[in-house]
Design a protein around this ligand. Structure first.
Ligand code: HEC
Length: 104
């Protein structure tokens, strides 16, 4: 029984990951652009650049704001109405963008 539950949970997790849709995330990201910039490149140091960050890091950050594990009053308000699938789509979108590179 326990094995079946773990298996079901693992399948649910992988289904969520594979269902993530960057194009849908792009639409949902319109609400984020005012702070995080067009294409996830913020022009203001207070707002992190999201372009090219790792997908699992982005999803983790958003889930942590939602659960309260990561505390920030601004972001708590932003994620309050996001569903699990929205977070997956947003993470897929921002991680698909070109990150900034530094020339040495
Ligand atoms: C009103 C401005 C504002 C809006 C709108 C906003 N954010 Fe943020 N976001 C912030 C600030 C400020 C931080 C830094 C918070 C902190 O220090 O934890 C942040 C942090 C983040 C982080 C963590 C980045 C990192 O490098 O750890 C993610 C991911 C994120 N935002 C995603 C989003 C998404 C997705 C949306 C749209 C649904 C959104 N934000 C909308 C202001 C905003």
């Amino acid at each position: 029984m326990k094995t079946i539950l773990i298996l079901a949970a693992a399948m649910a997790l992988s289904a969520t990951a594979s269902a993530a849709d960057p194009a849908a995330g792009r639409e949902k990201a319109k609400a984020c652009a005012v702070c995080h910039g067009e294409n996830g490149v913020s022009q203001v140091p207070d707002f992190p650049k999201l372009a090219g960050q790792h997908r699992d890091y982005l999803a983790r950050a958003l889930n942590d704001y939602k659960s309260g594990a990561r505390k920030n009053a601004i972001m708590a308000g932003q994620v309050a109405n996001l569903k699990r699938g929205d977070i997956a789509d947003l993470a897929a979108y921002y991680s698909s963008l070109q990150a900034l590179t530094t020339k040495y």
